[in-house]
Design a protein around this ligand. Structure first.
Ligand SMILES: [Zn+2]
Length: 127
């Protein structure tokens, strides 16, 4: 689904951004969380014997972290387009990421940071 967000920066007027997001169902989130959890815990179990205790801890931490992040991914940000509030240059990204209510975007032209602000409750209402 396509919606709008704001690009805010201290000392500059906010600019509008167009974002493309994919809502994620509870089933999608749980299956991804279980997949990442199993992968991390499999690494932990394969590396449980010393001197590989560090790999076991890494598997435990990575599996838990990625499983939690996937479970919390209620929306995936597919892309965004907007203009830099500082210099007016076009900003865009096609990289997929977990949608956050606020995320930092750096302009390639002026190298200054601005904040992409998404009204997540409005997205929930539009679902
Ligand atoms: Zn800029």
């Amino acid at each position: 689904m396509t919606t709008t967000a704001e690009l805010r920066a201290f000392g500059a007027d906010a600019a509008t951004a167009r974002i493309e997001v994919t809502p994620r169902s509870a089933g999608w989130r749980i299956s991804r969380a279980v997949g990442f959890g199993i992968a991390g815990y499999a690494i932990m179990l394969l590396a449980i014997l010393p001197p590989h205790a560090l790999w076991a801890m890494a598997g435990l931490v990575a599996g838990t972290t990625f499983a939690t992040l996937k479970f919390l991914e209620r929306y995936t940000l597919e892309s965004f387009e907007g203009t830099c509030p500082h210099c007016g240059a076009d900003l865009s990204s096609d990289g997929r990421a977990r949608l956050k209510a606020r995320s930092t975007v750096t302009c390639d032209t002026c190298h200054r940071a601005s904040e992409l602000v998404v009204d997540v409750p409005a997205l929930d209402a539009a679902r």
